[in-house]
Design a protein around this ligand. Structure first.
Ligand code: NAD
Length: 292
């Protein structure tokens, strides 16, 4: 019997790659429901699967901000069950916090946090009833550690961490495993798709100091993506590890090099070491603290 997988956000990036990879399994182990908000964007996915994958892939419309579309997608799963749910849809937001409208902030939380919760809520009762299932969530280093000019994105991803960790404790009693695939920078459309305030934007009503720090941050960000970004293939391998493990972990890290920063939060729980290290890394000017 095929394992039925439903993935959100499959028009590009990690979602698309994962859908293609699983649907191309030569033994046809998986039946993939590749879902996307806008079906007009399905061409890229279709080109990537090259040829017909009628028995291993179906494309469904699903906007994680629209409860009805999630229910409609669920109804269109002919097997009547999902064995592996992959909550992957997400958007980024960069810029000084005071430059974002509340509507923009709400929009990010609606996709990243509420979208993930809505999706899990919709499929969870069936999984619980069957005492069987896996929930995989595309997490982020931004869900484990704060990043300047990413306050809203990090808040949304931290919140997803809290939800998943909480669920994991309960759901082990239902033989349902929750796993977060914690990604560092990945070569996808993410940077292009994210909502970004331009530092050079004249209309950006923030003080000059914030503006120049934001400039520095954007340069840092660009070099990190140039030097450290992983390809989606590497991310898929980590997904497979979680999918195939008899008892998967709650967290998988795609890029171990990024872990030491995050561990500073544990070695210095007052937060000072992490803040100093991140500030130094990004702004190359350590905050030396109050001078006596
Ligand atoms: P991406 O922009 O290529 O993919 C995100 C997908 O989510 C897109 O296909 C987009 O259409 C979809 N999406 C957005 N809003 C949606 C909605 N309302 N309903 C359904 N789908 C929606 O970028 P990606 O890197 O593949 O991002 C996938 C996930 O990985 C996101 O959750 C992102 O936060 C996370 N992530 C990415 C990176 C990175 O550097 N690329 C790093 C850490 C985590």
């Amino acid at each position: 019997e095929q394992k039925v997988v439903l993935i959100t956000g499959c028009s590009s990036g990690i979602g698309l790659s994962l859908a293609v990879h699983l649907a191309s399994n030569p033994s046809k182990v998986y039946k993939v429901y590749a879902t996307m908000r806008n079906l007009d964007k399905k061409q890229r996915l279709l080109e990537s699967v090259r040829g017909l994958h009628k028995d291993t892939m179906a494309i469904l419309q699903m906007d994680v901000t629209d409860q009805q579309s999630i229910l409609d997608a669920k109804r269109n799963v002919t097997e009547g069950r999902i064995d592996i749910l992959v909550c992957n849809a997400g958007v980024g937001l960069m810029g000084p916090l005071e430059a974002h409208s509340l509507d923009t902030i709400r929009g990010i939380l609606d996709v990243n946090l509420l979208g993930t919760l809505r999706t899990i809520q919709t499929f969870l009762p069936d999984m619980k009833r069957k005492r069987h299932g896996r929930i995989l969530v595309t997490g982020s280093m931004g869900g484990l550690q704060g990043l300047p000019f990413n306050e809203v994105y990090c808040a949304s991803k931290f919140a997803v961490e809290g939800a998943c960790e909480s669920l994991a404790i309960l759901l082990q009693h239902f033989n349902i495993h929750v796993s977060l695939i914690e990604c560092g920078p990945v070569n996808t459309d993410f940077l292009m798709n994210l909502k970004k305030t331009e530092a050079s934007d004249e209309a950006l009503e923030v003080d000059a100091h914030t503006r120049s720090l934001y400039d520095q941050y954007l340069q840092h960000c660009q070099s990190v993506f140039q030097n450290e970004a992983q390809d989606t293939d590497d991310i898929i391998q980590v997904y497979l590890e979680a999918i195939e493990a008899p008892t998967p972990f709650l967290r998988y890290y795609t890029n171990r090099a990024l872990l030491p920063m995050s561990s500073l939060k544990l070695t210095s729980m007052d937060g000072s070491q992490y803040i100093r290290a991140m500030s130094k890394l990004i702004f190359s000017a350590p905050d030396t603290g109050p001078k006596i």
